[in-house]
Design a protein. Sequence first.
Length: 437
Amino acid sequence: MLGFMEDIEKKDPAVSNVIKQEHDRIEHGVELIPSENFVSKAVLQALGSVFTNKYSEGYPRKRYYGGQEFVDVVEELAIERCKKLFGCEHVNVQPYSGSPANMAVYLTLLDIGDKFLGFDLNSGGHLTHGSPVNFSGRLFKPVPYNVEKDTELLDMDNVRKLALKEKPKMILSGFTAYPRKLDFKAFQEIAEEVGAYHFSDISHIAGLVAGGAHESPVPFADVVTTTTHKTLRGPRGALIMCKKEDRLKEKYHPDWKKDLAGMIDFNVFPGIQGGPHDHTTAAKAVAFGEALKPEFKQYAKQIVKNAKALAAELMANGIKLVTNGTDNHLMLIDLRPIGLQGKGKELQSALDEAGITVNKNTVPYEPVSPFNPSGLRLGTPAVTTRGMKESEMKVIGKGIATVIKNYEDKGAKEKVRNDILELCKGFPIYPGFDILK
Ligand code: DSN
């Protein structure tokens, strides 16, 4: 995209204008959706490169079309950098996004109708972790595990009891809205005890794992997926890491002619996908290169420090958080104790008006509809990318609390909007560079 705005401006003002409007929206507001981030200029450049033109079904040195000499190099760069970053035995960098990556894992480890354990959607799991409307709940048999009602925390003893009772073929560790760390070792021990696969989806925390701010499931789990665009700060896309060998081959897959790594690759292509998006692969390689740098460790640690600071400020201003805090990059506001049950949607809009972007979310054991839930989910990956630190989190936290308590008061929202505008001026997303030229 960079350097190409001149052309699009002249040739397609309709699209060019909305790109500019979106740019202004992110530049002059604070982005707190915990699954979003701002990629580097280098990642944007790779995404806007000529690799977008290429077809390359297959894998390096085993392709179906000609002209692959440079695609192979870029895919191998992405693979090698990812292996170094996470210390995994095998990685497939071709998944278009998290859902197809997860689908390839289900199709590899399970047969249609097989039972698996996944985190309950209303308490923090993802659609692809067993929601009845998703392929994972329609083709397979999910049994949800849940947080405890009193602590809102996962109790691994209860996950173990459920696994012993249900005897699933796979146990999924991963979440989209849980503000605490996951104990991957405990998940693995349970999986081994009941003879199940352990599949970990670290889409939300991959950047924290890569930067040493959260324990890694890679030494434990059979298969690990992640999107590349959240805390990992790469392009939209995903990847699948796995052990080379199938730990449970004799029990479940005596007929497989390939090892686990080969079966994962087979299920990505030709199982689900066609040609990989080579411009995205190039951008993944760039992002993994960035994540290997020492600065990324600082970044990952600062995300968590900022999340803790934001959480503390919110709680100091009378806002209740699920589990009363956070250990990772995200937190969940519970609106029920301040009499705002089912008001998540209105408060998301009120915060939008004040230049603060969050998403409405269910809270554990949500009493009302997920369309009008009682929670707000927010996180710090994107504001940390802008260079904001604990003192800025205080300003943001105060602003959020003010809007929540005065969500129908136009003047109060306008005042917070002005504070946010002022704050953002000091933290340009692409400093020293006019991304719109
Ligand atoms: N939509 C993502 C999130 O916001 O967590 C998960 O896919």
